[in-house]
Design a protein around this ligand. Sequence first.
Ligand code: SF4
Length: 396
Amino acid sequence: MLRTLIREARLEKGLSQRQVAEQLGVSRTLIALWESGRLEPQMKYYKRLSEALGLSLSDLTEEIEEDNTLMVSYSMLSTFKRCRNKFKYRYIDKLEPKEKPIAPSKGSAIHAGLEHYFSNNYDKMGAIKIAEEKFKAALEDYPFPIEDEILNEIEETKNIISRWITYFEREMGGYFRSPDEKVVAVEKHFKYPLAKDIVFHGYFDLVINVPNEGLWIIDHKTTKHLDNLFDNLDLDEQMDYYLWVANKLFRKPVVGIIYNGISTKVPSKPKILKNGGISKAKIVTDYQTYYNTLVENGLNPKDYKEILDNLKQINPFFKVEMSFRTETEIENIGRDLAASIKEIILAKEHNLFTRTRSTGRCIWDCAYKNLCIAEYKGEDVTDLINEFFIKKEEKK
Ligand code: SF4
């Protein structure tokens, strides 16, 4: 709890409430109110308070109470920007569609595996197991019959994690595995107060410290189309915001973002011909898969040296890119974030949640479509809500 943290950090530093108050330029009573929990520090005091108590801003903000606070995630912000009406249904009214079949995703299972790997001393076997368990847990909530195709995805997920770790451990020099680089945080939940009762929050996949440089945020990006992913990194709004927050929260400078691109496709095995040779047809594969197929079929890898050497040079399944932001960019990002938050505050104050009114941007994927249309026509939507939605708090 924030109040306990403030009190304990103050006592540990041997400071009286008056001394902390003097450092912050506030009254002693205010410090006493914070420590009793009757009042929460205003946003403007966080930085000075963290300095006075010898804490990082991140230590302090972690303790922010979430009750009575609007916790704004990036996905909330982007929903607000796309359609304020959808934002209201989802985050203010807290309506969740009852039928929301979520197909298990390789991406979240891979994330879970990597989280385990980096938090548990590079435990490869554990990472594969955790990814498998995560995928299977998602299947428990899947409302449709489980087809073979989905079951294959479990094996593919394990294969991807295993290959990525091999790639990471053998091939990636520097940036997140040189002996001097240290993992600072894994799946770190951050909170940053942006206005009264509004906190921006999210997760840093991984944060590393590189000597003589500073901190880097690592973002694991799982995707089918690795090439498209790296086309517009300078316009990645989510990571822009995360970078801006990281620069506020950590005591060291945050240099930029390292995108850890992981393809969710698996390498194809080369086809074995009737004459026992190997097909020259073009396939997307990697060194290990090609090599293993040769050995499994009694072929001598030395006879395929040229192909294997080429495959050693390129790995179409994993890609790492670094992305920087200038100081001006970071300032502009902060301004953009503050402006979006102001719009959310205004919309809440005036209960003004306008519709996107663009069929191209909403109709095809909006789970609130029927509700939205009925409500706009002025119909009584009580039955519709009861039948098709559930209030988040009521979820069992
Ligand atoms: S159907 Fe379209 S306009 Fe209506 S809430 Fe959904 S996204 Fe917004």
